[in-house]
Structure formats: C-alpha cells, structure tokens
Design a protein around this ligand. Structure first.
Ligand code: NIG
Ligand code: FE
Length: 409
C-alpha cells in the first residue's frame, strides 16, 4: 500500500466536516472545519484543520472536500451475503398467507438455500455474491461480516467461508468471516439435531479453525433451529478453538439466547425481538453488543420489536446491520437499514450512525482498528454530499455518497 499513490502513502482530506463517532464524544463527535491525514493507510490526524501539525500535511496528496461530511466507512456487521439463487418463490408464498416458520417447516426456508448452495462451485458462489457486495460498498461500506450457514456440511461450509474470504481479494473492503454451521438441520441429518451438533462441534468447527477460515462462530438458537443446550456445546468447542462467538438470539421466541450469549462473553447477540430484561442485564454485564436487524423484522412482518429502551437503560451498546440473506432480509442497503431502525424501532440518528460504525466495529471485535475517525485506526472513510448527518438516516432509496476510502485509498 505504501508507495502506491507515489507520495509515501500520505494523503490529507481538508475543508471537511467530521463526524468522528469517537467513543464518549458528545453527539457524533462533530468537528466543523476538520481535516484527516493518513499515512500508509492509517489515520495519523483527525481534528480541526487549523490544528493539523504541518508535518502531517507535508508532501501529502491533498483532497479538498468542499465542506462535505466525512464519517467512518460504514460497517455491516451481520450478513449472510454468500448464497446461491434466491427465495422470491417463498416471498410469494408468504404474500399468499404462509408464515416464515410455516415455509421453513414445509421444507423451504434455509434448507432450500442449502440445496442451491451445494449445487454451485466456489467460483460461481463468489460471482453471485459480488453484486450484493458492490451494492453495500456503493453506499460507503468498508467492512463487512459474512456468515456461512447454507452449506451445513464440512465441505460446503468451508466452500462458503473460502468464497467469503475471496470477496476481500476481489474488492477493496475488509471481510470478516463467521462460521454459522449451527444454522439449520440439513436433510441428511434426518431430524437428529443432537447428532448434527456433534458433527458441527466435532468435525466442522475443527476443520474450519485448522484452515483459519473463520474469525468467529455463530448459531441460530430457536425452536425451528437449535436449543440453548445444543448451542452451548457449539460455543464450548468454539472457545476451545480460540474463536469468539455470536448468536442469533430470541428472534422468533424467547429461549433466553441473550443470556446464553452473555454467559459465553459473546461479541454480539443479534435480532433480540423477544429478549427480556434479564437478557439485557446479562448482555450489559458481559459487554455483549445488541445487533439490531430491522430488515428481517420488516420483511417477515414481525410485530414484536426489540427492547431498545431496555438496552438503553442497561447501557447495552447497539449495532445496526442488514442481515442480508435470501430468506428474511434480501436487503443490501445499510442506509435504508438505518432508516428502518429509526422509523420502526425509534432509534435516534446518533444511535443509528454509531450502530453502523463504532458499535458495528465493536460487534466484530475490531474497535481498535476501524469504526471511528481516530488516530491509529485504518483510514476507512465515507465522504457524503449532505448538509447534516440526519440525512443519512432520513432518506429512503437515495445514495448521497461522494467517495469511499478504504485503508487510505
Ligand atoms: O438472520 N435467523 C436465521 N437466519 C437468517 C435467516 C436465514 C434464511 O432464512 O435464509 C436470519 O434471519
Ligand atoms: Fe442473520
């Protein structure tokens, strides 16, 4: 990266308004008349233009931002981006009256995406995924988490994770991968959930870890998926392999998944529509981030909202993500996702913006390296043609991105 731009990797953005999103800073951490300097892809200055040390700007390639806003590059911390085909047919079934659970129990749902994914090559999977990644990046996404979970055997889970890793070679974006083998029961398991959990913990996770294909382990704790006891076995193995955990928790019912996630010191618990106060308390104590996923709530016409007020009251940090997947959230816009979090759940503009930057970074365990505009972090920036940050949350289906910078480029 160093000499790539010919000026010892030194770049400066001036005449900008910054929303640094720094932890503890009031509001958005606003700096009017701000500047950012980066060297070799890292932020070496972020603050008032007038205070920038001369050394930071010396010999740098300088960009005049003409008063535009700069935020941290956006982070989508929960996606199932790697899949094959789509499930528009199930969407039509649901429009005719079937529920998501009914579709799943009738052999549709996740299992139909498993059939599609197993039928394609890794190359084909990458090719089908890139347009979705491009849509996210077009709105300023610089880091994306990608889960497996449509393979459900060792070879196909690894194929999915390899495809996910390759996205990061194909595009200028940071990809974090999560093994979600405990997502659903594949047809060959013939209804034996315990035996499948044995396969996940005994075979799939060790192979995935040995090949360093995953940065974290996730599971789906739900009546139509796995019990808290079964998830605990998966988490025990993840811990033994040195991998942090996350959980799809309390999405359709309260199985106390939030409590389970907290007990394992999970980076995040996600969905959380049915989480109660005990769950919120446990998450606060454990520092587990609540990942709010309004796309799935909207798309399956859920009516129970995640307890945002409880999370606020207990000081649980909230991330916001697309949950981009073929079944419950065919959504590839983090801007629209913020609008949904605000409109459907009453999250503030500040909470929404923090949810797709600082808190999303925290939910991935990346807060030391990205998610805010602070010295020492990756120069991942989104530059916007807006007058105030609220515009990023307020609009629906409009993209005011002016430029996207990943690692200083
Ligand atoms: O996050 N909840 C489980 N997993 C996905 C849905 C996956 C699917 O239906 O394909 C979710 O909503
Ligand atoms: Fe999900």
């Amino acid at each position: 990266m160093g000499g790539a731009n010919g000026k010892s990797g030194l770049r400066v953005w001036r005449n900008a308004r910054l929303a640094t999103m720094a932890d503890g800073a009031a509001g958005f951490g606003i700096v009017e008349k701000g500047a950012i300097a980066s060297r070799d892809g890292l932020i070496v200055y972020a603050g008032p233009d007038a205070d920038m040390p001369a050394a930071a700007g010396q010999g740098a390639e300088t960009v005049d931002c003409a008063g535009r806003w700069i935020t941290p590059g956006l982070i989508d911390c929960h996606t199932h981006l790697v899949y094959a085909g789509n499930r528009a047919n199930e969407f039509e079934m649901r429009l005719a009256g079937a529920t998501y659970e009914e579709v799943a129990r009738a052999g549709g749902g996740i299992v139909s995406s498993v059939k599609s994914l197993r039928a394609v090559s890794e190359d084909e999977l990458v090719a089908q995924t890139l347009p979705r990644l491009d849509a996210l990046m077009a709105e300023g996404v610089t880091t994306v988490e990608v889960k497996s979970g449509y393979g459900l055997d060792a070879d196909n889970e690894k194929k999915s994770l390899r495809a996910a890793r390759r996205l990061g070679d194909e595009r200028s974006v940071t990809v974090r991968t999560t093994c979600l083998a405990a997502h659903a029961l594949p047809p060959e398991a013939k209804g034996d959930k315990d035996a499948f959990i044995d396969l996940v913990a005994g075979t799939i996770l060790p192979q995935v870890a040995a090949e360093k294909l995953a940065d974290a382990v996730d599971g789906f704790c739900e009546g139509i998926a796995f019990s808290p006891e079964q998830m605990a076995l998966v988490f025990d193995k993840a811990k033994a392999l040195g991998l942090p955990v996350k959980l799809h928790a309390d999405q359709l019912s309260n199985l106390h998944g939030a409590v389970l996630a907290a007990r394992y010191g999970a980076l995040s618990a996600d969905h959380l529509e049915y989480t109660d106060e005990e769950g919120a308390e446990a998450m606060a104590k454990a520092g587990t981030v609540a990942t709010i996923l309004p796309g799935a709530y909207y798309f399956i016409r859920e009516t129970k909202k995640p307890p945002v007020d409880l999370f606020r009251r207990h000081g649980v940090k909230m991330a916001v993500a697309t949950d981009s997947n073929p079944g419950t959230s065919p959504l590839t816009s983090l801007l629209l996702t913020m609008n949904m979090a605000a409109t459907l759940f009453g999250m503030t503009v500040d909470e929404c913006l923090a949810g797709v930057t600082r808190e999303a970074s925290r939910a991935l365990g990346l807060l030391d390296s990205t998610g805010t505009l602070e010295v020492g972090k990756s120069a991942d920036l989104a530059i916007w043609d807006i007058e105030r940050p609220a515009e990023l949350v307020y609009r629906m289906g409009f993209n005011p991105l002016h430029a996207r910078i990943w690692r200083g480029q």
